[in-house]
Structures are given as C-alpha cells and as structure tokens.
Design a protein around this ligand. Sequence first.
Ligand SMILES: Cc1cc2nc3c(=O)[nH]c(=O)nc-3n(C[C@H](O)[C@H](O)[C@H](O)COP(=O)(O)OP(=O)(O)OC[C@H]3O[C@@H](n4cnc5c(N)ncnc54)[C@H](O)[C@@H]3O)c2cc1C
Length: 480
Amino acid sequence: MAEQKSFAIIGAGIFGLSLANALRDRNHDVTVFDRSQYDRNGYSAEDKDVQAASVDHNKIFRASYGTKIHYQRLAMEGRKAWILEDERRGCTEQDYASGETRLFVNGGMLRVQSSNVLDVLEEETLENMERDGLREAQFVRSNSGDRQRAQELGWKAKLLDFKITEGSSDTYYEAVLDSTAGFIRCSNACAHYQKVAAAKGVKFHFGPESGAVESLVKIPSDEAPGKSKVTGVRTKNGKFYDADVVIVAAGSFSTQILPDLSYHLESSAGSLAIFKIDPTDKKLWDKYSPENFPVITWHSTPRDSTGKDSGSIYVLPRTPEGLVKIGYRGMKFTNFQSAPDGTPFTQDGQWSVPLPAKNCYSLPEQSIHSIRQFVSTFLPEFDGLPFYSTKLCWYTDSLDNSFVIDYVPEYAEKSVFVCTGGSGHGAKFLPVLGKHAANILEHGDLSTSYMRPFWRWRPDIPRRNGLEEGPGGPRNITVG
Ligand SMILES: Cc1cc2nc3c(=O)[nH]c(=O)nc-3n(C[C@H](O)[C@H](O)[C@H](O)COP(=O)(O)OP(=O)(O)OC[C@H]3O[C@@H](n4cnc5c(N)ncnc54)[C@H](O)[C@@H]3O)c2cc1C
C-alpha cells in the first residue's frame, strides 16, 4: 500500500474527475479546484461561460484505433466499466436502445471510408480487432458474410449506404459498422462522477474566485538544490491550499498554469455545428434517434503518407432534446498569442491558447464549408438549413496524440504531476483513465499500467502532429 498523501487537482473535467475518484479509492486526501461553477450548472453544455472539452452533450465511444492496440484495449476496459456503472445507476435492458438514462449508449458507429474501398487505417483497425477477438462485432458493407451476420444480430439497419456523388457510376462509400461503439453522454457523465467523488470524500472548490487556481506555490527544494518544490496552490481569492502533490488536469488551459508543458502540448479548436429537430417532426425525430441512427465518421480524404488526417468529420444521433451534433476535425485551428516571458518553449515568442469563451461561437469558413459538404451527403434533410448553434471546442493536443500523465521532472520531490493531453479522444476513458494514472502516480517507472510507456513525460519526441507548424502555419485562426 502506498503512503497516504494529499493531492490538489486543478481541473474537474474528465481527467481531473477520473483521477480524483481513483486516488480517493486508494485512500488519499484529494481536493479538486475548478474555476467553473459546476456545483450550480451541473456541467450543462448550455452554459456559455464554460470552456471545457468535457462539458458537451455527447462524445464518441470507439475502440477502433488502427495500430494502437493499447488504446483499443483501454477502450474495451472502459466499455466494461461504463456498462457496469450504468447498471449501478439502475439502468435496465429496457432503456438500453434509446439510452436516455444511460451514460454509455451502445448504438454503433459507422466508419465511412473515403472511397469504395477500405482505407489503410481501417485495415489496421480490423487486423487488431481480429487479434483481440472483436472482428465478429465489425460489419464491412461489401462483405456478404458480415452483412448476413449484421442481419442476424439486428444491426443491418445501421449499415447505411451512401452514394459517392462524384463521377457518374453507381458506387457507394465502403463502410464498417462497429457494434462495440456508440457514444457517451459527456456532461451527464461528469455530473455523475463528480457526485460519486464527493460522496467518497473528495473535496471540491468551484467558481471563478474560490475554484480558479492562479498559481502554484513554489519554494527552493532542500533535497535538490537549485530546483523548486511546489507546496500547494493559490486561488484567485488569495487563499493558499497546501498539498504533497499538485496535479495539473486543466485540459487546454494546462500550459498557462504550468508553462513547463509548452513543448509537450498545444491548444487547438475543433468545430461543432448543431441542428435541432422538433419532436413533432416524427419522421426526423425517429430517423436520427440512437435506436435507428449510428454515430457516423467519415474521412473525406485518406490519411497522407505521414499519417496525417485532414478530412475527418462526424455526426452523433440526436439527443433527448433533439440536437444533432456534427464535428469537423479535418483542420484543428490554432490561436497564437504572445507567450509570457520565461515560457520554456515558444514559436517566434508565441504559443497557441484557447480563444476567450465569447469568441468561440462562430466557425471559420473552412469548417462551415466542410460541414455543409458532409451534410449534403450524409444528412440530406438538413441540407441548406441554418445551424441551431455553432461552437469552437478546444483540444489539448500532444506531440503524438497520446496523453501526458507523469511527474514533471523540472520540480523536485515529485511535487508536480500532470494528467492531460487528451488529444481529442480522452472522454471515452473516464471510468478507467484515473486508475491507470493513479498507478503511475504511486509507482512511477514501476507502474503496472500498460499505458505507462505511452503517457510518460517525453521531451525526446520531436515537435510534430501539427505542433511543429507554429504561428505561420495554415491553421492559425488569428492570421488573415
Ligand atoms: C471538439 C472535441 C471533440 C472531441 N471528441 C471526442 C470524442 O468523440 N470521444 C472522446 O473520447 N473524446 C473526445 N474529445 C476529447 C475529450 O473531450 C477530452 O480528452 C477530455 O474532455 C479532456 O478532459 P480534461 O479534463 O483534460 O479537460 P477539460 O474538459 O477541458 O477540463 C479542464 C478543466 O480545467 C478547468 N480549469 C482551467 N483553468 C483552470 C484554473 N486556472 N483553475 C481551475 N480550473 C481550471 C476548466 O474549467 C475545465 O473544467 C473531444 C475533444 C474536443 C475538443
């Protein structure tokens, strides 16, 4: 049993909540700080002041990860945990299909390819699904055996046909329906896991005064001369809270709290557009319900020779409020601003940070164009209709799309730990991420988590994954 310690976690999004629960389960003393007033707004995705990737109606759950079998396995571990948690919450088989009360809805995901043949990424995914005995849960559109199995298992109606509009021949996009996948109700999940944590004894400080962390408090270390040790955090209202370890889990704001992360992470914006269906429009209401409509992802272009994906777009089934959300991540936009003096890594003295919340409600022209193009093929009833709402939602991209969960070596006596770098795919892991992170926190290199090598502090990795572009790159929203 590891020594009992006190932890101050900055950020009550998915990463902070997941780790807070896991650390409390290991009997540690845990306090979480968040500048958003989640105790009042219940993580509502309608609150326009909140800037957190985790605060959203829904996020995709998938275990399809190309060659990255470790994430496939983590996703399947997470899937089990979501189902168990929903059962604990009293969800029954009856509400399985529409999933209105569920946090995880197993409605399937249709991975539509860029042409009428399988992309390389898809072949890699199917190989790894085969390796772990999950191939039977995948249905390839052009494979007669798979179609037959989809029919027998009740998935056929979601194996949808979409015609390729370019060219004159009657060809359809190749597609794979993944029956292990679906979506999670993200805001509901945060609200639930926050309550679970509070009931276990995790303390929370919320709000722009008592929950906002202004700085980490540092003193010279006795054990490592020349290095600082962090002894706690100071909040906006001037209060000091001491802790054995301060954990930064502030998503796309993490670099601003801990500039030591500036080499490792970059904030970039994904584009979201929502249509709203009126319940009286029964035809649309039923068509886009989770019972009848899968999550759909589409790569409008295959990955390039470096593995870069520039055409990715997706839609989720309607929410109980009738919202149909489309996400465009073909281009993740950066917002380069002057970095504070002393920031360890900058590009021309700048770094990309989230725009202020009030500037996040309109989309760049490129996103609108790509979303409209997607809608015309995949959601024809909405073609030409105005969006109900639009939003830029901020990713925390790492150098290789793996999370960053480790001690920060710049600080002495293991006083600072980071748990962030979600890179656009962290939400699905909420029920299990914290357990792996807590194991790493307690045991470092001796950790038994199979994610340890992927999440370590990695200054040796070159700046890539788009993070090499800098302010002069094509994604910088603040230029032109
Ligand atoms: C557009 C988009 C689409 C995505 N789609 C998917 C998907 O389909 N599937 C999936 O699995 N994942 C998806 N993700 C990724 C997933 O949402 C993130 O990995 C996850 O939500 C990150 O959680 P977090 O806790 O690290 O950050 P956040 O949710 O951003 O939380 C950080 C918290 O820190 C708080 N904070 C910031 N500064 C301070 C401060 N100074 N003091 C106190 N608190 C502070 C914020 O208020 C916030 O609550 C997507 C992300 C984006 C942006």
